[in-house]
Write a protein that binds this ligand. Structure first.
Ligand code: KG4
Ligand code: ZN
Length: 344
């Protein structure tokens, strides 16, 4: 028999995503973003995001169905992000998913946003090797995870950020540097013309004792953010022009250095042969280049999903939904609720 057709809906932040996956294969996905509406505020405004989801959800789902050449009544299950994320934004996606599930008479699955980010890679590179280490780096999260079986076993947190996420650090420093929102891509572009050794920014939480450092796989980016802000402020006070390219390149180098060093160390310590890097910051050119170099020299296979599957999207939610359906996981009742601060 043909594998079930699974619709995934994502609405945890500013992207409204719908994706359709069948038997591990991506049939279509469409993302509508309200990013432009937030740009002048320098960050995502929750109320604006929720309203934008309301406008986009039905069109995005319809477009995904059109592109897959399917009718709604050919869907076999609906998966939706229940958290973590912005509560108003999550509510819209969940309400839409419930309505579809109820009206079509198909099971509903509530899924974790980060599990979705991990599952995204399977759409490009096939099933995840067991075990693998996953580095999740986005605007809201920075975590190192040990994944044995995405749907059958709990995910083990090796370490998380103690304060800001890596993407948040890029976004906030970009603002101080006078670069546009979202800051990550802007820093990446600005860094192209800069010297990564120009400013000796700190490498937070990398100084612990070998083998027994409780923060070996934890991250901290708020001190780095402050250091970058102080560096910029110093130039301003002295009436000097800010060498943005050097600042961006040096910041990017510090972030990429810490992320990849810890990710590779986690693989080595747990004797894991595959590192998967997901989330918006996986799009960063220096993170990718350094991860490639360090994985290659440590004999570790590096998997990074294509850019469109790295940032928030519905395909990744359909991907984890598809894994759950095929693992015979129990569907959720229609009383399913959001969990804005869901632990993994
Ligand atoms: O995964 P994502 O789309 O949304 C969240 O779940 O947060 O990640 C968005 C984050 C933003 O902080 C953005 O600035 C960052 O990913 N980002 C980048 C790049 N592209 C996106 N950071 C650094 N370099 C990039 N090229
Ligand atoms: Zn995300």
């Amino acid at each position: 028999a043909a594998s079930p057709v699974v619709l995934g809906i994502e609405s945890s932040c500013d992207e409204t995503g719908a994706g359709i996956v069948q038997g591990g294969r991506l049939l279509a996905h469409v993302v509508g973003s309200s990013m432009d509406e937030h740009a002048r505020f320098g960050g995502v405004v929750p109320e604006i995001a929720a309203r934008a989801h309301l406008h986009s959800l039905n069109p995005v789902v319809r477009q995904a169905l059109d592109r897959a050449g399917l009718r709604a009544d050919q869907l076999d299950a609906v998966a939706v992000t229940t958290g973590p994320g912005l509560s108003g934004a999550l509510q819209v996606g969940l309400a839409g998913a419930k309505a579809l599930s109820y009206s079509l008479g198909v099971p509903l699955y509530g899924v974790h946003h980060l599990a979705g980010h991990v599952a995204a890679d399977t759409l490009e590179h096939g099933p995840l090797p067991r075990p693998c280490v996953v580095l999740i780096v986005s605007g809201g999260h920075t975590s190192l995870l040990l994944v044995r079986d995405l749907v059958r076993e709990p995910i083990l947190h090796l370490g998380d950020t103690l304060d800001d996420a890596a993407g948040e650090c890029f976004d906030k420093v970009a603002r101080v540097f006078g670069l546009p929102y979202p800051g990550g891509p802007a820093i990446d572009r600005a860094a192209r013309g800069g010297d990564p050794r120009a400013v000796p920014f700190p490498r937070p939480l990398t100084g612990g004792p070998r083998g027994e450092d409780p923060y070996a796989y934890s991250f901290s980016f708020s001190g780095l953010k402050t250091a970058a802000a102080r560096w910029a402020e110093g130039h301003r006070q002295r009436g000097e022009r800010l060498p943005v390219a050097d600042g961006a390149a040096s910041l990017q180098e510090a972030v990429a250095d810490v992320l990849t060093r810890k990710a590779v160390a986690a693989c080595t310590a747990h004797d894991v042969k595959t590192l998967v890097v997901v989330g918006g910051v996986a799009a960063n050119s220096r993170v990718r280049a350094l991860a490639e170099r360090r994985c290659a020299s440590a004999g570790i296979e590096l998997r990074v999903p294509p850019m469109t599957l790295c940032t928030d999207n519905g395909a990744m939610i359909a991907a984890i939904g598809d894994l759950l359906v095929r693992a015979d996981a129990p569907p959720a009742p229609l009383t399913l609720t959001i969990d804005p601060s869901a632990p993994l």
